[in-house]
Design a protein around this ligand. Sequence first.
Ligand code: PLP
Length: 500
Amino acid sequence: MDSKQFREAAISSIDDIVKYYDTIEERRVVSNVEPGYLRKILPEEAPQNGEAWADIQKDLEAKILPGITHWQSPNFLAWFPSSSSFPAMLGEMYSAAFTGAAFNWICSPVVTELETIVMDWLAKAFALPPCYLSTGPTLGGGVIHGTASEAIATVLVAARDKYLREATAHLAHDEDAREDAIAERRSKLVALGSAATHTATKKAAMIAGVRFRAVPVHAADGYRMTGAELKRVILELRARGLEPFYLTATLGTTDTCAIDDMEGIASVLSELAPPGPGEVWVHVDAAYAGAALICPEYQHLTKVFDRFHSYNTNLHKWLLVNFDCSAVWVRDRRHLTEALSVSLAILQNQHTDSGLVTDYRDWQIPFGRRFRSLKVWFVVRTYGVEGLRAHVRKHIKHAETFAALVKGRPDLFEIVTGPRFALTVFKLVKDGATLDEQNALTKTVYNAVVEDGRIFLSSTVVGGVFAIRHNPAAVLVEEHHVRKHFEILVEAAEKALSKA
Ligand code: PLP
């Protein structure tokens, strides 16, 4: 494809994408292809000779789109959103045009410099404490990773190495003895999360070769981790000779959007593991709900973060930046670089040697990196902080509308949790039914709605209750859609109850 052909193909593709967005609502939101559908309609072998773009593009509608679940549809209400915007798409396009591995500052200085600037902009816009700024008092700073899972695995490794380094500092004069001591202590390390923490933390612990324990959460506490339960688990672990060194606290848990008791966690840790060697590294995972911190009415939540060590939010979930883009901040970047720096002869360059530049490869697991900050810069400039606030508030209002509709039909539904941020979790009700019967009824309605295909929701089980999650935070959702979602649910619920 030469540049003239690229121009024609790109114009035609953009026309196609605009049409896709303008008509997305007409499509069945969730794909209903059979597993293996694609192998039946694609050739067995790669083409020997190149094909014309027009022929390739034709196959998008016929072969690719049937296998797409339309996350950008206003009828997509499942999990958390994966937001999209035109400025972010343009950012992806330019980033692809300038593509490079960008592991060091000198690879493309702007890739590093723009990232540091937009991460400082966002830290201020989210009202994170100044310790998370690259210019802040504790040598903090932000970096963009692909996903929250990657962010959590990375900070957990930094936490593990910090803990072990500090615990064996007295052996610094004898490297062999220190290596042995580190190997022994490592087998005792425990990473903590709550029972509602995303599995990303358990996976990070598996990758880092440490144990994982879940702090129980209870319906009476709204499924959030409390300081009291954390204390109980830490003391139990210590009594067994184990060493808790890391904790994921969640701001907006995946199933119900609970906010862990951050103040309680901070005060328990200052009692049991005060700052210094032996402290517990606290990472706040705000993968979805962190977007709400753009609004001043949520910013009181960040006050306690200066007592924690790191924080992440996925801009690709609810803040108009296309996947992938997980923003991570640390209070002290040296813990990342001490755990993750490696030197290679081919990397030597005068800028790195000068110590004046950031080489973000030392803040992450991969070596090369994408120019993700460009799409963030485009989005923040196009919408402005006020535009981003309006975006988040609109969805929170939709959730309030939905929850009010649910409460208006106590004969059919009951709210389990919420609305929290833009998430409402609810179940079906039937007088005199046992928990198993209630669960079966909710499941029947859930399956019927998903099968029907007009809307797509996800489900969960909290405290033994099977429940439906409604999250109207896809970019294109308007109030009339929320009312339609509710009508579809009422229709399915009335039908199921009439048969029950
Ligand atoms: N943390 C929370 C609270 C989440 O809800 C999710 C996914 O929804 C994740 C982490 C994992 O996100 P990622 O896909 O970016 O790894």
